[in-house]
Design a protein around this ligand. Sequence first.
Ligand SMILES: Nc1ncnc2c1ncn2[C@@H]1O[C@H](COP(=O)(O)OP(=O)(O)O)[C@@H](O)[C@H]1O
Ligand SMILES: [Mg+2]
Length: 361
Amino acid sequence: MTQRTSVLIAGDSRCEQAIRREKPDARIVGVLKDPALVEYVAAETNVDEIVVDRQLSPRGESLDEWIARFRKAFPHVAVTVLGESVPRNRAHTPATSVITSQTVVVWSPKGGVGKTFISANLACAAAMATQGKAVLIDLDVYSGDVATYLDLSDGPTIIEMLPELPRLRPDGLDRYTQKYAPSRLNVICGPRRPELSALIGVEHVKQLLSLAARRWGLVYIDTAPDITSDLLGEAVDAASAIVLVITQDVCALKQGKVALDIFRKLGIQDSSVHVILNRDSKDAPLSERKVEEYLEKRLASVVPDDRKTVERSLFQGRPVVLSGKTEIASSIWRLLSEVSPGLPLPDMEKRQNKTRRFRFW
Ligand SMILES: Nc1ncnc2c1ncn2[C@@H]1O[C@H](COP(=O)(O)OP(=O)(O)O)[C@@H](O)[C@H]1O
Ligand SMILES: [Mg+2]
């Protein structure tokens, strides 16, 4: 029997489709957009070849530098670089077999702007689009609200996991994870009491995020506003995308602008930072356009201010993306398609989004 070549794709599902067409006999062992994760998998498994998407953006180095470093570290692995012209023909997109790996930090320098609302809904939408291959981790360790948003206040939390973390394998996380049944989202809740948060260290976060990425692929992280927090720093280091939540409030905008500046100084690619305007109101003095002008950045999505829907959703512990077609739910699906392009949207959202001003795929 001939041995099939095992191929690891450093890119997205579009590259996967291209490779499946070009190398139908290859055994695709994974599709990863995070170069650090590609290196990890290459070290841990027997990979014959990696196929690299030209659009991949490694942290702190150019793609060519990353490829040179990879070749040196893994001389036995063949490296093929795909051009920019990977076909985008979505007609052949496999509806449910998209394997995507991404770590997304939802953050804002301000409290109360909707980080938990956005992260809970975004993660739920991702879980719905991937049949449960997503996890939401509550890293707002002092005052995490994820459990409340999803009505999961009784199960295990991150605290019970801590002593076991150094020995855990990816599937060992399941013991400390709750399932939010309506969307099949996996959830790692924060400590039930704030004083327990002191037990969580940077090393724990590092280990947890690495395990979670291998266990589920799509990792969403809710955070606290404190930019000096080491735990936030660790999450940002591991992130392949950042969702910056702002509102039309002048303070939130000013702080948002400073945050964008800091990200640039940290060498974080502008394309991996997605700004979402939450609680958008037509009555606000600053329009969406003015916000974009001020931030010098396109908004990934705009979530309307809809107190009635959001408060009902919180009261029921049921994210708005589960409750049919509303403007607020559509805005979350739009955000998902910006942050994680290629994930299949529900049919109704696809139809509705065709008419929107935001770009899809
Ligand atoms: N789009 C929205 N429309 C109306 N209310 C919202 C919206 N987003 C968030 N809220 C409300 O704002 C409050 C703060 O949201 P939350 O997600 O807990 O903020 P953060 O996590 O940034 O502190 C909550 O009471 C929530 O119900
Ligand atoms: Mg919160």
